[in-house]
Design a protein around this ligand. Structure first.
Ligand code: FES
Length: 82
């Protein structure tokens, strides 16, 4: 659950995922992660992805974009790979 006052990126980092990020303004795309499933909607607030990419809902910039409902993402975090 991401509160309105924090970003998805903050919550992932606080949970220990060590997400890559740079601009934190939705411009660079460094933070982009794969979307696995959407039950609801993604409110894409970045300017990195094209309109078509935003409609496809296959990636999200968690530094600025929001989920309405439940969005499942793949952080590429693989504990067994460490
Ligand atoms: S950190 Fe640059 S788009 Fe998210």
């Amino acid at each position: 659950m991401v509160q309105q006052t924090s970003s998805m990126l903050d919550v992932l980092n606080e949970a220990g995922f060590e997400m890559m990020s740079d601009c934190q303004r939705g411009e660079c795309g460094v933070c982009a992660v794969d979307v696995v499933a959407v039950e609801g909607e993604i409110d894409h607030r970045d300017v990195f992805f094209s309109d078509q990419q935003k409609r496809d809902n296959r990636k999200i910039c968690p530094c600025v974009s929001r989920a309405v409902g439940t969005v499942t993402i793949d952080t590429l975090y693989r504990p067994e790979a460490n």
